[in-house]
Design a binder for this molecule. Structure first.
Ligand SMILES: Cc1cc2nc3c(=O)[nH]c(=O)nc-3n(C[C@H](O)[C@H](O)[C@H](O)COP(=O)(O)O)c2cc1C
Length: 204
C-alpha cells in the first residue's frame, strides 16, 4: 500500500485529543508498537532522554490517582477554591486516571544530558532535553492514532513529580513530565480550531 502526501497530511490532521474511552484493554503488542515508534522521535545529541512508565494495573492507577489527588487538593485549597469545586476537580482527575484502559507516564532523565558550569548553557541543555521528550510525546500520540486508538496528553504530573516518583518507585533521575491516557475512543470529537498561518508564521 502506498500513501500520498495528502493521505499523510490527512492522517496528521485527524489526530484529536480523546478523553473518553471504551473499557476494552489495549493489547500488549500494540503498547510495544506505540513505544517502539515513539522512540524514533528526534532528540538532542540522540540522547533519547525520555522514559516511560506503562500503567495498566487497576490497583496502581487507583493508588496513583489517590496520591496525586492529595497534591492537587493542597494546591486548590491554596488557590482559595470553594470546597465543593475542589471535590469536582479532584473526582474528575481521579476518574481520568482510573477509567483509562492505559496510562503512560513520560519522564525526562536529565542524567542523559551534558552538564555545564554556567547557567546559560545549562538552561539551553535542559530545554533541549524537554524538547526531545516533547517530540517523543508527539510521536507517541501519532503512533496511538495509527493504531486506531485515542489519547490525551495530561500535563498535571508536572505538579506532582515527587509524589508520582514515590508512588511508582521510579528512579530519582526520572522526572515525570506528562501522562497519556489511551484507549479505544468512545466518541470522536470535532477538530479544535487552529490559528491561521497569518497569526503564527512569517515568510521572510
Ligand atoms: C503539553 C500538553 C499538555 C496538555 N495537558 C492537558 C491536560 O492536562 N488536560 C487535557 O484535557 N488536555 C491537555 N492537553 C491537550 C490539549 O488540550 C489539546 O491538545 C488541545 O486542546 C488541542 O486539541 P487536539 O489535541 O484535539 O488537537 C495537553 C496538550 C499538551 C501538548
Amino acid at each position: 500500500m502506498t500513501f500520498t502526501a495528502t493521505d499523510l497530511h490527512n492522517f496528521l490532521r485527524t489526530r484529536h485529543s480523546i478523553r473518553r474511552f471504551k473499557t476494552d484493554p489495549v493489547p500488549d503488542s500494540v503498547i510495544q508498537n506505540i513505544l517502539g515508534t515513539a522512540a524514533f522521535a528526534p532528540s538532542a545529541h540522540n540522547r533519547q532522554p525520555w522514559r516511560f512508565a506503562v500503567i495498566t494495573t487497576q490497583v496502581v492507577k487507583e493508588e496513583l490517582a489517590e496520591a496525586m489527588a492529595v497534591d492537587f487538593e493542597r494546591d486548590l485549597i491554596r488557590d482559595g477554591l470553594a470546597p465543593e469545586k475542589i471535590q469536582v476537580q479532584i473526582q474528575r482527575s481521579k476518574g481520568r486516571i482510573t477509567s483509562a484502559p492505559l496510562a503512560i507516564l513520560i519522564c525526562l532523565d536529565i542524567s542523559e544530558m551534558d552538564s555545564y558550569p554556567d547557567e546559560k548553557r545549562q538552561y539551553a541543555e535542559r530545554t533541549m532535553a524537554m524538547q526531545s521528550v516533547a517530540a517523543a510525546g508527539m510521536q507517541l500520540l501519532l503512533a496511538v492514532h495509527a493504531e486506531g486508538l485515542g489519547a490525551v496528553w495530561a500535563c498535571w504530573p508536572l505538579f506532582a513529580q515527587e509524589t508520582i516518583r514515590r508512588t511508582l518507585h521510579l528512579s530519582q533521575s526520572w522526572e515525570p513530565h506528562g501522562m497519556f491516557f489511551i484507549g479505544y475512543p468512545e466518541v470522536l470529537p470535532q477538530a479544535r480550531e487552529r490559528k491561521s498561518l497569518e497569526e503564527t508564521a512569517i515568510f521572510i
